[in-house]
Design a protein. Structure first.
Lengths: 120, 120, 120, 120
DNA sequence: GTGGTCTAGACCACT
DNA sequence: GTGGTCTAGACCACA
């Protein structure tokens, strides 16, 4: 994984994990890699890995059993909420930006369809 | 103006000025506020104001005449290019994020229309 | 039983057992559950159960007969002493905390009566 | 300052600062020591100092201006809320503990008055 | 083995 | 100078 310098590594890893939670690679209640494993997989320092879990736990997306490991939250509702929360946030930010650029709704749709076609 | 802690202040001010260039409040060739004025208007540190102009000049959106001040670029083409460049970049980023959230195209459209309605 | 993450599980189980010793559910000299049983009842790791008895024995609240099991101490005096010891310690800690919060004695009494009413 | 091994240092420092916020040594809006200063004063690592502010900010008791420093929150209401929150939490915990020890309300009052007298 | 904390020290962007 | 992040590596309590 390649890290962008503009964003803290721990946030990039965090998003990558949230991604796996939402697309089903990490199912509710399942054990997540230990901090040390995470550090190895993502080639980051154990401290940074720790920070990732700290943030995820704070968002209610995982929980910790001491000496046992870290687990994906069992509350599926929480996961759905997070998806909606992020989707709305991103949408709002995106639209605000386009508005700031004085891009009309028609142009906006054009850009999106263009990119959608390009990616599909 | 309220600054978000997640983004450097100079970038937020920068975007605000670009916004004014694109919506016509700052027309091509017109004189921009001095660094000192900018600092006062936006309630930022003069160093930060300086940084803003530095970035804008680097993007070719303004230029400086020694002893005269800073001026919006006269090349309207440059402004349009900037708009398109940013719009595409934002669109691409937005779609990538939604993809990472496993949001389908249908849901995506729903979120957008929702927010568009809310803001209009 | 629900475990708080802020305190080691073995201490929580320990307190629960001391509670039973003081309220009479576990009478002096009576046999306590085996380590294995304890692990089952409290849904904890056998190692943790072992640790619980280790701590209790160290406090003189129980003793072990090789091959026979673990028994509540027969010295009733020891139980009373423990109660007083803990009560004083908790009181002192509590008052220190309230002092740190700059809570006056009047307010302190108010909080206590409030909680006492709520629980009764 | 002497640190207890039973509690993370960052939490002990945190409580010490909250104490100063509540007793008026740190007034709302005032600048707090820089991370480096804090590290020197409390004889801890800069990282640990950082953690302290991170936790305090998360609780809404201070906020950060990048490059400017960390400041006590201006919302006095937040401070009061925190005091009440902690006072109630401590009271509840204390009473639960006494209940677990099968200490009667009369005995409880006795212990408290005893300690109050001893400290005054 | 697992998470939690801590130290030491470095680099960077922002003001 | 300030906060924010990151690496390296260590120690400890807990299960």
């Amino acid at each position: 994984m390649q890290y962008k310098p503009s964003l803290p590594i721990y946030q990039q890893v965090e998003m990558d994990i949230i991604k796996d939670m939402l697309n089903g690679k990490l199912s509710p209640g399942s054990k997540m890699p230990s901090g040390r494993e995470l550090a190895l997989v993502y080639k980051i320092n154990p401290n940074t890995a720790q920070r990732v879990y700290q943030e995820l736990e704070h968002k209610g997306l995982c929980y910790t059993k001491r000496g046992m490991g870290t687990f994906v939250t069992e509350e599926e509702e929480r996961l759905k909420t997070e998806r909606i929360h992020l989707a709305k946030e991103y949408s709002r930010e995106f639209l605000q930006r386009m508005k700031d650029l004085s891009v009309s709704k028609e142009q906006l749709r054009k850009y999106l369809e263009e990119e959608l076609d390009a990616s599909s």
